[in-house]
Design a protein around this ligand. Structure first.
Ligand code: B12
Length: 206
């Protein structure tokens, strides 16, 4: 239904699957994300079916907003502090934002303060906002391989500002095959849920 861009039917079907016991993680990963990924061939530089992809994206957002949001645990009270604050955005040159939206929803529902700075955002803006907001983390999303140099630049700017304490987490299709050293980041997430393993690991070390 997502691939066919049927927003209403996607919402109804997702509700039915959740009622039957499907987990939110499986709905997002095996359902929504897999459906969008199956449109891979329709989004190349050679073939670009904008309408079809946009309708599928809209159907995915409808499920996120109408089903996933209702079934996530209610947002815990946000604890102020750097270790609960993350600046999140899609890197410059890239306008993909569905993955970022998933990450934002999950983190907010877990009580994190998420500052969504949008898409097509330069490395300077990530660093400036993180410092200004007192964030302990920067989350950067990237689906285009051409954006990798801009991701590596974020760490350089953090160093220059004397803020190497701010942790850098990257996610999105373009960088899943890349190592954290190549990207100059602290963690490369394979899925939106992965970020919690990383954050938990940091807490247990503290
Ligand atoms: C939907 C889509 C679009 C939509 C985006 C709509 C929107 N509002 O976001 C539109 C039509 C606009 C689009 C445009 C283009 N696209 Co496009 N697009 C896709 C498609 C089909 C699905 C992406 C998607 O939304 N997936 C669903 C989400 C939920 O998955 P996700 O982003 O991977 O996120 C998950 C994880 O990665 C993780 N995650 C993501 N970010 C982060 C960040 C953090 C911090 C963490 C922890 C986790 C995390 O969380 C999510 C859930 O687990 C992919 C195909 C693919 N295989 O991915 C191509 C794809 C990404 N697009 C591609 C291309 C080439 C383009 C265009 C250049 C096409 C063109 N000819 O103009 C333009 C780019 C314009 C630009 N400057 O950005 C290529 C990129 C190739 C490459 N490796 O560089 C792909 C791979 C298709 C292909 N095979 O060629 N696209």
């Amino acid at each position: 239904m997502i691939v066919q861009g049927e927003a209403h039917l996607s919402v109804t079907l997702a509700e039915e699957l959740i009622a039957k016991g499907l987990t939110i993680e499986s709905l997002i990963q095996d359902g929504l994300t897999a459906a969008l990924q199956s449109l891979n061939a329709k989004c190349t530089n050679e073939e670009f079916n904008l309408l079809e992809i946009m309708l599928a994206g809209r159907a995915m957002m409808a499920v996120l907003d109408n089903v996933v949001a209702r079934h996530l645990p209610p947002s815990k009270t946000v604890q102020p502090g750097a270790d609960r604050t993350i600046v999140l955005g899609t890197i410059e040159g890239d306008i993909h934002e569905l993955g970022k939206h998933v990450v934002k929803m999950l983190l907010r529902s877990s009580g994190y303060r998420v500052i969504d700075i949008g898409k097509d955002i330069g490395p300077e803006e990530f660093v400036n906002r993180a410092i200004r907001e007192g964030a302990g983390y920067i989350g950067v999303s990237s689906l285009l391989t051409t954006t990798i140099p801009s991701i590596t630049r974020i760490r350089e700017l953090l160093k220059k500002a004397g803020r190497s304490d701010i942790k850098l987490i990257a996610g999105g299709g373009a960088i899943q095959q890349t190592s954290k050293d190549d990207l100059n980041v602290d963690f490369v997430a394979q899925t939106a849920f992965d970020i919690f393993h990383y954050l938990k690991g940091l807490k247990s070390k503290a």
